[in-house]
Every structure is written in structure tokens, then in C-alpha cells.
Design a protein around this ligand. Structure first.
Ligand SMILES: NC(=O)c1ccc[n+]([C@@H]2O[C@H](COP(=O)([O-])OP(=O)(O)OC[C@H]3O[C@@H](n4cnc5c(N)ncnc54)[C@H](OP(=O)(O)O)[C@@H]3O)[C@@H](O)[C@H]2O)c1
Length: 266
């Protein structure tokens, strides 16, 4: 078993990318404070991760959009038997549909989950992280952060925010012990597409998507190498590299065309 490296708080750890990141961190010696709404999924992860890190797993089942969520997480951090040294802002959701056809309330909830929650949680916990000799913040954005995407206007905007905020925060924290990394995954096979109402894209997601485990490994590797940003997977890195060379309008109209063509009529 690796040497204990302090605790990592992982949001959205119940399934998908967050779960895989939590396991990867447990394997590398971190205790875990895991959170999501579904308690049963967290209990299953507690068993699995506990076998990797000597049982150092704390569980808080809550809705991150509840008004007291950040307070409750801070209390859970205070109750840990070791320091908080890592924060993973992973919980997030997508919504597929035209901006004016999706409800405002559901899009606003997504904005709060994808942007307000990570900003508020990081703001609250940063003093503790800065007090450590070394600490890490891992933010989960998406490849959609790089370009506009019709039918996911608010989602792609929220991930562009995540990426820009993350890179700016990293610069502000230069000279402290806190490293900030943003991971921008392409398609990953998780519960995400179903929750986002994207089942009509499932065949493409399955064809081009990767399982969450290599994404988590690549993200955690980049975190400990102190990288600002990482796109997991060689094919995604090549795509992102080509996209950077081509005119944004071409990339945006091509990708948007694929998404709009499959968008079910309301
Ligand atoms: N999958 C992809 O293709 C993909 C690609 C790029 C980026 N991403 C990003 O990766 C992150 C993780 O997504 P994923 O693919 O792993 O999705 P997922 O399988 O749907 O997992 C999302 C996790 O977040 C939790 N969660 C959702 N809403 C919550 C809330 N209100 N309060 C507390 N926890 C909440 C869920 O648990 P509960 O439902 O139990 O709360 C679950 O554990 C997201 O930020 C997403 O935008 C995903």
C-alpha cells in the first residue's frame, strides 16, 4: 500500500469518471471523502476504495444543489482524521436540446452544478489546501470547452467557463503549494448521455467513447505532473490538435451539424 498522502474530496464519485478518479487516487495513497446523491453507489465505492487505501473512505450523500451542501462538505472535511490535500470538481451534467426549447429552470440547475458549485466549494476549501506543503485541484471540463456546439449551448458554455477559470486560478496559485489541472475528456462511456437526454447519440458515444478508467488515469497523471490541462486519449489529442489548426467556424458548423441532425424533434 502507498504512503498516505492526505484526503481527496471527489464530487460526483458515485459513478462514471468521478468514481474512476476516486479509485485511481485511492490506489496512489489518498484517503477519500466521496460525495454524490445516491448513497448506495457511494457505499459500494467505499468497500472497493477502502481495500486499496486501508479503509480511509468517508461518505457524504447529498445534493450539491442543496443550499447547505458546501457547509456540510466543509464539516465532513473537518471531521477527517487527516488533512485535505486534493479537491476533484467532477460532478456535472449535460442537457441536449435547443436553448429556447429546453426549460430555463433545468438549464439554470445545470449552470449551478457545472459552475457555481465547483467555484463555491473551491473558494471555501482553498485556505485548507494552501496550508499544505503540496495540494491539488482537479477540475473536470470537456472537449466541448474548446468550441461552440449548437444543441448544447449552455453545457458547452459551462465547460468553457470551467477551463478558463481553472487556468486562471492556476496562475493565481503559482508560488503556493497548490497545483490546478483541468481535464477535458472527449466521449466517455458513463451514465452521462442518458442523463443528458442524448440516447439518440449513444451509438456514436459507444463507437468513439472510452471507458472512464483510462480517462481517470490520464487526468491523475497530469495532476501530479503539474500540467495545466489534459485531453485524455491519443485520438482525442490528435482531434484537439487538428481543431486548433482549422478555422473555428468550420469545426463548429461540422460538429453542430452532426448533433442537430440527430436531435429528436420536440
Ligand atoms: N461522459 C462524457 O462523455 C463526458 C465527457 C466530457 C466531460 N464529462 C464531464 O465529466 C463529469 C462526470 O460525468 P460522467 O460522465 O461521469 O457522468 P455520470 O455518469 O452521470 O456521473 C455524474 C456523477 O455526478 C453525480 N451528481 C449529478 N448531479 C448531482 C447533484 N446535483 N449533486 C450531487 N451529485 C451529483 C452523480 O451521482 P448522483 O446521481 O447519485 O448524484 C454521479 O456520481 C461531468 O462534469 C461531465 O460534464 C463527461
Amino acid at each position: 500500500m502507498s504512503t498516505f498522502r492526505g484526503y481527496a474530496l471527489v464530487t460526483g464519485a458515485g459513478q462514471g469518471i468521478g468514481r474512476a478518479i476516486a479509485l485511481e487516487l485511492a490506489r496512489r495513497g489518498f484517503g477519500l471523502l466521496i460525495t454524490a446523491r445516491t448513497g448506495q453507489a457511494l457505499e459500494t465505492l467505499r468497500q472497493e476504495a477502502g481495500a486499496l487505501n486501508g479503509g480511509r473512505v468517508s461518505v457524504v450523500a447529498l445534493d450539491l444543489l442543496a443550499p447547505d451542501a458546501v457547509d456540510r462538505l466543509e464539516h465532513a472535511v473537518e471531521a477527517l482524521d487527516g488533512p485535505l490535500t486534493a479537491l476533484v470538481n467532477n460532478a456535472g451534467q449535460g442537457l441536449w436540446g435547443l436553448f429556447d426549447e429546453l426549460g430555463f429552470a433545468e438549464q439554470h440547475r445545470m449552470m449551478r452544478l457545472n459552475m457555481d458549485v465547483p467555484v463555491q466549494l473551491t473558494h471555501r476549501l482553498l485556505p485548507r489546501l494552501k496550508a499544505q506543503r503540496e495540494a491539488w485541484v482537479l477540475n473536470v471540463a470537456s472537449m466541448v470547452a474548446y468550441h461552440a456546439l449548437a444543441s448544447m449551448a449552455v453545457y458547452s458554455g459551462s465547460k468553457a467557463f470551467m477551463l478558463r477559470w481553472s487556468r486562471s486560478l492556476r496562475l493565481e496559485l503559482k508560488g503556493t503549494g497548490v497545483k490546478v489541472t483541468c481535464v477535458c475528456p472527449g466521449s466517455v462511456i458513463t451514465g452521462f448521455t442518458e442523463r443528458a437526454g442524448m440516447t439518440a447519440m449513444d451509438d456514436l458515444a459507444r463507437k468513439f467513447g472510452t471507458p472512464p478508467e483510462p480517462v481517470a488515469k490520464s487526468a491523475v497523471d497530469a495532476l501530479f505532473k503539474g500540467r495545466a490541462e489534459v485531453v485524455p486519449g491519443l485520438l482525442n489529442r490528435i482531434t484537439a490538435g487538428l481543431q486548433a489548426l482549422l478555422p473555428a467556424s468550420l469545426i463548429e458548423s461540422t460538429a453542430s451539424g452532426i448533433y442537430l441532425k440527430r436531435l429528436p424533434k420536440r
